[in-house]
Every structure is written in C-alpha cells, then in structure tokens.
Ligand binder design. Structure first.
Ligand code: ADP
Ligand code: TRP
Length: 320
C-alpha cells in the first residue's frame, strides 16, 4: 500500500501542525510505503519572493527530517526536483474539464481571500492529481479542505482511463483522520498561523515563552480554586502530559495558592522538554545544509526512477 503526502513549505510551524499532521505522517512510515514531498511547485502559487521560497523549502526539509522523517525507509523529496510531474500535469490537463476546476472550493476560497486569480492557482488541482497519479498512490492522508482535490484526481484518472481504455492510472482514496482533535491556540480558538494564536515549534525561547504567557485564562486570583476543564493551559498540557502528571496538575488547580502564571511555566517546561531532542537534531541539520541537500537528492533519485517508468507507460498510452 502506497501512502502519498504533499507538504506545503509554509515557514514557521506550530504545535497544532505537529500534533495534527507531522506526527501522524512520521507514524505513517510504519503503516505502508510512505512517499512524502515538499510541494515546491504548489508553493509558487502563493510565495512569489525567491529568497523566501528557497528558505521555506529548506526549512520544511529540515523540520521534517528533525521530526522523524526517515529518508531510507520512506521516499522524501522536493516536488520540483522530479520534473516528470509537470509532463503528466500537461497530459492530464487535456482530460480535465473546465467545469471540474470551476467547482473547486479551494480556488474560490483563495481568490475570495485576495490571492491573485491566475492560471497556476486555477490549475492547482491538476498538478495535485499529477503528484498522486504519477506515483500510483493508494492512500492520500489529507485535511478536510483537501478532500475535494482527491475527488478531482479520481475524476481526472477516470476520464483518462476511460478514454484510452486502460487502467494504468490508479484511483486514490483520501484518508481523513477524524480522531485527532483540533489543537487549541492561546486564545482557545483553533491554533492557526492566520489567527496569530500559535505556539511555535522551534521558535526562539523568548518568543515561545511570550506565546505561552499570552494564553488567555479567566481572572481568578492565587487564592481561588480554579476550573481545569475550561482552561486553555490545561487543554494544551493534555498534549504533553501522561495521566499521572495530569492528575497532579488537576490537584494544583483545585488547591488555592498558585496562579495561572505557575501553570503556564509548567506547560512551558513540558513543551521544551518534549521538543528538545528534535530541536537539537534540527540545529545540526540547519548548520549542515550540504547533508540536507544530499538527503533530498537521494530522495529525488528514488522518486524519479518510479516517475520515469510511469511516464514511459503514459507517453506510449497517449501516443507520444
Ligand atoms: P495554519 O492554520 O496555521 O495555516 P495549515 O493550514 O498550514 O496551518 O496546516 C498544516 C497542517 O497542520 C494541516 O494538515 C492541518 O490539518 C494541520 N493543523 C493546523 N492547525 C491545526 C490545529 N490547530 N490542530 C490540528 N491540526 C492542525
Ligand atoms: N495541496 C496540498 C495542501 O495544501 C499539498 C499537496 C500538493 C498535496 N500535492 C499533493 C497533498 C498531493 C497530497 C497529495 O496541503
């Protein structure tokens, strides 16, 4: 079973990204054959500054490697290092009706938010279909916003297969994980870059401390008994503590004498302790770009071999 995941290189990552996506992806390496790539071509639809794009791609690679992506076990590469995907994108474009793309929510949402409507943005789902179909992916783990893109991929693959009376394009299934709860941000709403309520994964210690200290609570005083169940600090602690530690923390909420500042310090210590080994690995990789680019070149080589074989088949199927 082949699992394929595309990662948007979007700069800073927060603990919502980690628990909602990255951790699951790293664990998926034990469930099947994982193909994971940094969606550098897709990133061009939103990042138009050269230096920023380069930095985001490099840092995404470093972050995923530091957090447990295993380049030997899985195939991990940068999308634009395997250019075959663009050839498939073009071929598939000729089997993609305008109506199919006009119905895409993501395009409508992005243009409504002010991202310039251009052809790259409009045809984004066709490139995503090419990513998925080029590697014969069976399972595509996605967030809810991406389900429609996998449906579009199936539609395109069906049109192609029917037209050429073949079954060479493998129909993928999306996999949406409903179990992972949404990680709350410092204000209790969904943690998201766009809401400015994040706690960064690898932020400077001062910044992370400021983010944790900024968690919104009620205004109970030191001597009040506090309610853990509705407290944003406690909800975040649940991500990092085992049941014994949580029981101890609940006891502290129930006992007058401590304030929210103390609980925030406990959370901060937990966050630092949890991510410290990753942060150390990450620093090493950041200081050794040569090693990172070698790992990516190795991944691209593995991916390209499969992509080239598949493209030979597809080219001969269409008459090229
Ligand atoms: P943001 O909302 O900060 O822009 P993205 O939309 O780039 O985050 O999300 C990247 C990945 O992280 C997605 O797979 C998404 O489901 C996951 N993710 C983001 N925020 C959360 C959260 N608060 N809780 C759980 N998962 C999240
Ligand atoms: N569009 C995906 C996102 O925004 C990223 C992506 C690109 C992708 N190509 C993919 C995801 C192929 C899964 C499969 O998150």
């Amino acid at each position: 079973m082949r699992i394929l995941s595309g990662i948007q290189p979007s700069g800073t990552i927060h603990i919502g990204n980690y628990f909602g996506m990255i951790k699951k992806m790293v664990e998926a390496q034990n469930d099947g054959e994982l193909f994971a790539f940094i969606a550098s071509y897709h990133a061009l639809t939103t990042v138009k500054e050269k230096e920023l794009l380069e930095k985001n791609i490099f840092e995404a690679a470093v972050n995923f490697l530091a957090l447990g992506m295993d380049p030997e076990k899985s195939t991990f590469w940068v999308q634009s290092d395997v250019k075959e995907v663009l050839e498939l994108y073009w071929i598939l474009s000729n089997h993609t009706s305008m109506g199919l793309l006009e119905r895409a929510h993501s395009y409508k949402d992005k243009t409504a938010r002010g991202i310039q409507a251009n052809h790259g943005l409009f045809s984004y789902p066709v490139l995503m279909a090419a990513d998925i179909l080029l590697y014969d992916s069976n399972i595509v783990p996605v967030g809810k916003d991406q389900i429609q893109h996998v449906e579009i991929t199936r539609d395109i693959a069906n049109s192609f297969n029917n037209h050429y009376k073949t079954d060479i394009l493998v129909l993928p299934e999306s996999k949406v994980d409903e179990i992972v709860a949404t990680v709350p941000g410092t204000d209790g709403a969904k943690m998201s870059k766009s809401y400015g309520n994040t706690i960064d994964m690898f932020g400077a210690p001062k910044k992370v401390k400021k983010q944790v200290m900024g968690i919104v609570t009620d205004s109970k005083e030191l001597d009040d008994v506090k309610d853990h169940a509705n407290c944003n600090i406690y909800k975040l602690c649940e991500l990092f503590m085992n049941e014994n530690e949580l029981a101890e923390l609940r006891q502290r909420y129930a006992t007058p004498g401590e304030g929210y500042g103390h609980f925030k310090m406990t959370l901060l210590d937990k966050i630092n302790e949890h991510f410290e080994p990753y942060a150390i690995r990450r620093e090493k990789l950041l200081n050794n770009p040569k090693e990172v680019y070698e790992i990516l070149a190795f991944g691209a080589q593995k991916a390209r071999k499969i992509a080239q074989t598949k493209m030979e088949l597809i080219r001969s199927t269409v008459g090229l």
